[in-house]
Design a protein around this ligand. Structure first.
Ligand SMILES: NC(=O)NC(NC(N)=O)C(=O)[O-]
Length: 385
């Protein structure tokens, strides 16, 4: 899918006002970035990590990838200074009394391992609560390094870094969002801030491009899982929690780690539509309602559809939806397992929940068809994949 940007993302520059008391988000600058519907490839819950940083004097690099928005407690000071929920470096200085200012090219950097390799469509460099100490500008580069390289290898001359976002001014206390022209499949990013400062969160939105050799070796795997290249295309409700939670790794540990819809007061029902990693044959499935007790979905059905749709709209050129699990009663806080009476082939899947409520995970176990394997291999090979 290519993120379409009819209007360029709004840009925020300059300092924010000093914190004046009350809700610290009252004067936060943000926008609705169209690419933010895609998977956050730098999600800690997907396995992303900040493997190294040039400096983290004031606040630790790990904060960059925490889920949820950054918190600010005006009274919280520690031995090093104001405790900040982000990655914050010390102030850079020039070489001498006569030249006390940092040089034009001075910067601090952090190396990020993506949770799943993929093609990046947009980044958000969030400077929430960094008002007088945000960087003047940032840049983002990507690299594709096989295996599990450590910081030394990533910093070695042998690694080629491709610019995703050239050095660009950013504003303080703002969600600085930038659409990125679709490039290659990257495994790692380098975030730089000029000349120094603090960044609360980094979000990297794009499409997971899994390694076909790995999936081939596994044979049977969860063909809708985020880490394997599955994704949510649309959903009826995003009120309490994102539908993409249903295809995250691991079991849900808290209610907000699943998908919970608001209480319906009409005669309708809620649903999520997914695109699978590629065309697959599904043989078994799980619907988990972990941590959803008084608000678990009452019943659920699952359907699949075949075809080669593109984009986020209803799948184009796809066949009809075929129900593979009829409307089935669900128990609260329970993992439900179903072996399908016959394998079902599809490229899209849909879960319908009745009448509302939540499920925490959907797992679709199967293997890629010959057509699915070929499509995935082609995507992995192509320069844009
Ligand atoms: N008030 C501050 O945040 N000052 C300093 N930063 C921290 N974290 O104390 C600084 O120099 O940016």
């Amino acid at each position: 899918m290519t993120a379409q940007h009819a209007h360029p993302a709004p840009r925020f520059t300059g300092a924010a006002r000093p914190y004046g008391g009350g809700d610290p988000y009252a004067d936060y600058r943000t926008a609705d970035f169209p690419f933010a519907r895609l998977t956050d490839l730098a999600d800690r819950r997907l396995g992303a990590g900040v493997v190294a940083a040039a400096d983290e004097f004031f606040a630790e690099r790990e904060n960059l990838l925490l889920p949820g928005r950054a918190v600010f407690d005006p009274e919280h000071f520690g031995h090093k200074g104001k405790v900040m929920d982000g990655w914050e470096t010390r102030r850079r200085r020039g070489p001498s009394a006569g030249d006390p200012w940092p040089a034009q090219e001075d910067h601090d950097w952090a190396l990020i391992r993506l949770g799943a390799p993929g093609v990046v469509h947009g980044v958000v460099v969030d400077t929430a609560h960094f008002r007088g100490n945000h960087p003047r500008a940032v840049s983002v580069e990507g690299a594709s390094v096989p295996g599990t390289p450590g910081p030394e290898e990533l910093l070695s001359d042998g690694v080629t870094w491709t610019t995703l976002l050239p050095r660009t001014p950013v504003g303080g206390h703002a969600a600085n969002g930038f659409a990125v022209p679709a490039g290659r499949r990257f495994t790692h990013l380098r975030l730089s801030q000029y000349p120094d400062g603090g960044i609360a969160r980094l979000r990297v939105y794009g499409e997971v491009v899994p390694d076909p050799a790995w999936l081939e070796a596994l044979g049977t795997f969860d063909v809708v899982a985020l880490e394997n290249g599955g994704r949510v295309e649309d959903a009826s409700d995003r009120f309490y929690s994102p539908p993409a939670n249903t295809i995250r790794p691991g079991r849900s540990q808290r209610m907000d780690d699943g998908w919970e819809t608001r209480r319906r007061r009409d005669r309708g029902h809620d649903w999520i539509r997914y695109r699978l990693a590629a065309q697959a044959e599904i043989r078994a499935l799980e619907i988990d309602t972990a941590c959803l007790k008084g608000n678990s979905a009452g019943w659920a059905s699952v359907s699949v559809r075949d075809g080669a749709g593109t984009g986020t709209d209803e799948p184009e050129g796809a066949g009809d939806w075929r129900e593979i699990l009829p409307r089935t009663r669900l128990q609260p806080d329970t993992n439900h397992r179903f072996v399908l009476p016959a394998p079902a082939v599809g490229t899209y899947a849909r879960v319908d929940v009745f009448p509302d409520g939540g499920i925490s995970r959907l797992r679709l176990f199967g293997s890629l068809t010959g057509q699915g394997s070929a499509a995935l291999a082609a995507r992995h090979r192509e320069p844009g994949g």
